[in-house]
Design a protein around this ligand. Structure first.
Ligand code: PLP
Ligand code: ZN
Length: 396
C-alpha cells in the first residue's frame, strides 16, 4: 500500500494523484489525502511537517518554518473568565497563518508540473502563496488576482509580488466579480485555477496548526477561530483524525462577522447545506470587516457543518462592537503590547472577531466559564485594517 493517496470524502473513491485535480472524477466530491499508519508513526517524532503530503520537501524549506508559539495568557484568561491559551500566528513572515497554505500549495502545484496557477485573494492568502512562489525552487508562476480596494494591504510585501514568480492583477468590483475575472484569466490562458477549499493542499497546509496543537501535551475544551472559507476548521479536525487522536479534538467555535455570516446563519438554521437565504445579498460596508467576506462558501459548508457536529461545536456571529471589544481585549496581554512596541505589529480584525465571538459565547453559556480554550490569533493587521485610534489609549 502506498504511503498516501487521495480518497473522496463523499463516495470513497480512491486514486493516486496523476494531475492537478480538485474534485472526485466519479462524483465531484471532496478529495482528501489519506496517510494510513505512516502519519501516526512519523508524528511520534513530534515534527508536524512529517504528517503532511510533502514532508521531505518541507524539511528542505528552511525559510518556511511553520511552528508558532502557544502560550497561556493570564490577562485574557482573567478578562474572559476562562483559561485562555493563544496560538500566535501573527509571527509568520507575511503576518498570517495562511503562510501554512502557501508552502504546501506551491509544493503540490510543482509536483503536478503546473506552470501557471491563478489565485484570487483579498490579501492574506495571496501574499502568503506569493511568498511561497518566490521561495520554493522551480515553483509555478502565480497569477494573483486582488480586488483594487485591497491592494493597499499588500504594500509591505512588494518584494514577493513581482515577476518572474508572481504576476499581480488588481481588479475592480466585488469579491465575486474578482473570482469570475480570475477564472477567466485561467480559462483564456490555459492556466490552472487554484481551487480554494477544494484544493487539498490548502487544507493540508492549515492542518499543520492542528498538528501542532494535537502533538503537545495540553488538552483543550475549545478551539476558537475566525471563519471565512472553512479551510481552517476542516483541517484542524483532520489533524486529529490523521493522528488517530480524534477523541482529543476540542470542540470548535467558529466565528463570523454579522455583516457576512453565511455559515453561522446556516448553522443556526440547523441546515446541512448552505442555501440562498443564508447568504447576504450585499455586504454592508464595515470598517471592521475588511477580509472575512466570503459570501458564498457553498463548497465547504457541508463539510464544516459535519465537522462541528462531530466535535460538538458551534458558530457565533459578531457585530462590529464585539470585534472592537475583542481587539481591545488583546491589549490587556503584555505579549501583544510588546509586539506593538518592538515591531509595530497590531493584531488583525479576524482574530479580534474570534475573541469577540468567544466572549459572546461565554456570556450566552455556549462556552462554560473556566473552560480551557485555545484561541487562534490567526493574523496581524495589514495596512489600513485597523485604525490605531481604536486602541491608542491602551498602547501608551
Ligand atoms: C487572518 C485570517 N484568519 C482567519 C481566516 C479564515 O480562515 P478560513 O478561510 O480557513 O475559514 C482567514 C482567511 O483568509 C484569515 O486570513
Ligand atoms: Zn466521489
Amino acid at each position: 500500500m502506498p504511503n498516501q493517496w487521495l480518497e473522496c470524502v463523499d463516495c470513497g473513491n480512491e486514486l493516486e494523484e496523476g494531475s492537478y485535480v480538485l474534485d472526485c472524477p466519479r462524483c465531484e466530491g471532496l478529495l482528501d489525502v489519506k496517510f494510513g499508519n505512516w502519519c501516526k508513526e512519523k508524528a511520534a517524532g513530534n515534527d508536524v511537517r512529517s504528517c503532511t503530503p510533502f514532508a521531505e520537501e518541507c524539511f528542505e524549506m528552511r525559510d518556511c518554518e511553520l511552528d508558532t508559539p502557544l502560550f497561556h495568557s493570564t490577562a485574557l484568561s482573567n478578562g474572559c473568565d476562562l483559561e485562555v491559551w493563544v496560538k500566535n500566528e501573527v509571527v509568520h513572515p507575511t503576518g498570517t497563518w495562511k503562510e501554512r497554505e502557501g508552502l504546501i500549495s506551491m509544493l503540490r502545484a510543482r509536483q503536478q508540473d503546473v506552470s501557471d496557477l491563478v489565485l484570487f485573494s483579498s490579501g492574506n492568502t495571496g501574499v502568503a502563496v506569493a511568498r511561497a512562489a518566490c521561495l520554493v525552487p522551480a515553483a509555478p508562476r502565480l497569477h494573483l488576482v486582488v480586488p483594487d480596494k485591497s491592494l493597499r494591504r499588500l504594500t509591505p510585501y512588494q518584494k514577493y509580488l513581482r515577476p518572474p514568480h508572481v504576476q499581480l492583477y488588481g481588479h475592480s468590483g466585488s469579491n465575486d466579480e474578482c473570482i469570475a475575472f480570475a477564472k477567466r484569466v485561467a480559462r483564456e490562458n490555459g492556466y490552472h485555477f487554484e481551487g480554494g477549499f477544494r484544493n487539498y493542499a490548502r487544507r493540508e497546509g492549515l492542518k499543520t496548526l492542528g498538528l501542532e496543537i494535537a502533538l503537545q501535551s495540553i488538552r483543550f475544551d475549545w478551539y476558537v477561530q475566525a471563519v471565512a472559507s472553512g479551510i481552517g476548521i476542516y483541517s484542524f479536525h483532520k489533524a486529529f483524525r490523521d493522528l488517530g487522536r480524534v477523541d482529543h479534538c476540542p470542540k470548535i467555535l467558529g466565528v463570523q462577522s454579522e455583516v457576512c455570516a453565511p455559515m453561522a446563519n446556516a448553522w443556526r438554521d440547523g441546515s446541512t447545506s448552505l442555501e440562498d437565504r443564508h447568504i447576504p445579498s450585499e455586504i454592508a460596508p464595515s470598517e471592521f470587516v475588511t477580509v472575512l467576506r466570503t459570501r458564498n462558501p457553498r463548497d465547504s459548508y457541508r463539510y464544516v457543518q459535519a465537522t462541528l457536529r462531530a466535535v460538538g461545536g458551534a458558530f457565533e456571529k459578531v457585530p462590529d462592537s464585539d470585534i472592537l471589544a475583542g481587539l481591545r481585549e488583546f491589549y490587556r496581554e503584555p505579549q501583544f503590547l510588546r509586539l506593538f512596541d518592538e515591531q509595530g505589529v497590531v493584531v488583525g480584525l479576524e482574530a479580534a472577531a474570534a475573541l469577540g465571538g468567544l466572549m459572546r459565547a461565554v456570556r450566552s453559556g455556549v462556552v462554560s466559564r473556566g473552560s480551557r480554550v485555545v484561541l487562534n490569533v490567526s493574523g496581524a493587521a495589514k495596512p489600513g485594517d485597523v485604525n490605531h485610534v481604536w486602541i491608542a489609549d491602551l498602547l501608551s
